[in-house]
Design a protein around this ligand. Structure first.
Ligand code: CP
Length: 309
């Protein structure tokens, strides 16, 4: 297979295992490129890409921008907080005005679930979802699975534990879809109030006990508590959350085996994970960030191939 089955990257749910394999094979080539002294290729030099961020971001925004520049695309950046959205302009009007300036692809992060699907049905450009509310964060899931493949040789057959605020996490949902398509076994772990009631219908098991979950897994992906998406209190206090679900060296040593520690960032050090673990050789957190550039180059390149030029 040499081309994606989709024209936009809106989520992992609607792409195939073959799409993921193609993205990984393409990312392997781009990872070699970004480790060369000259980190640039001319692949997208005729294209213009707009990065639309309606929500805060460090890793995803910079990673997409670097990926675009390393593919030689022209890049424009839009931040909602300093735009005419503040004067009441709609999302479709905003994007159509940007497209009128001859933009070919739009990378968008938005607080509303489904915003990227909505846009893809209304504007004439390739849309890449950079995180839409608590819905999906497809490139994060791809770079996470790619990092597991790099560390463990294959994702198939691996046992992955996703710990924390599953209810509000687009990373958890996209990871579940991606890891299952690649043949991994997935469990989620956290307080009952932060586990969606539908989760077992996705073929995922629930483990409320962190130690049991860690004893089971090969890889633990520690998620942040998303206080900004919580309008009611889901647990008594952050201190109690950390006592029940925070990962520290004593817990890791007690397992009597090595596991790989992942985190999508941003980390709340001392809440879901202690600094000594985040900075240890068991953690591949900065490797995930590094792989993010190669994965985003691959997705941009493969979607650009679908534009009629
Ligand atoms: N992992 C992630 O999406 O981080 P940012 O919010 O900084 O982009």
């Amino acid at each position: 297979m040499s081309s994606l089955s989709v024209n936009h990257l809106l989520g992992i749910k609607n792409i195939s295992k073959e799409d993921i394999d193609l993205i990984f094979a393409t990312a392997d080539n781009f990872k070699a490129v970004i480790n060369r002294p000259i980190k640039k290729v001319p692949s997208l030099r005729d294209l213009t890409i707009a990065n639309l961020f309606f929500e805060n971001s460090t890793r995803t925004r910079l990673s997409f921008e670097l990926a675009e520049k390393r593919l030689s695309a022209d890049v424009v950046n839009f931040s909602a907080s300093s735009s005419s959205v503040k004067k009441g302009e709609t999302l479709v009007d905003t994007v159509n005005n940007i497209l009128a300036m001859k933009v070919d692809m739009v990378v968008m992060r938005h607080p509303n679930p489904g915003a990227c699907v909505f846009l893809s049905e209304r504007v004439d450009a390739r849309i890449l979802n950079a995180g839409d509310g608590a819905h999906e964060h497809p490139t994060q899931a791809l770079l996470d699975a790619y990092s597991i493949r790099e560390k463990h040789g294959d994702v198939k057959g691996k046992k992955i534990l996703i710990v924390g605020d599953i209810l509000h996490s687009r990373v958890a949902l996209s990871n579940i879809f991606c890891l299952q398509k690649l043949g991994a076994e997935v469990k989620v772990c956290g307080p009952t109030t932060l586990i969606p009631k539908y989760i077992e219908s996705l073929g995922v098991k629930v483990e409320n006990n962190l130690i049991k979950g860690l004893e089971w897994c090969d890889v633990a992906n520690m998620l942040r508590i998303q206080l900004e998406r919580q309008d009611i209190q889901f647990f008594p206090s952050l201190r109690e959350y950390t006592m029940m679900y925070g990962l520290n060296q004593d817990i890791l040593k007690g397992l009597g085996k090595k596991i790989t520690i992942m985190h999508p960032g941003p980390i709340n050090r001392g809440v879901e994970i202690t600094s000594d673990i985040a900075d240890s050789t068991d953690a591949i957190i900065l490797g995930q960030v590094e792989n993010g550039v190669a994965i985003r180059m691959a997705v941009l390149y493969l979607l650009a191939a679908k534009i009629k030029r």
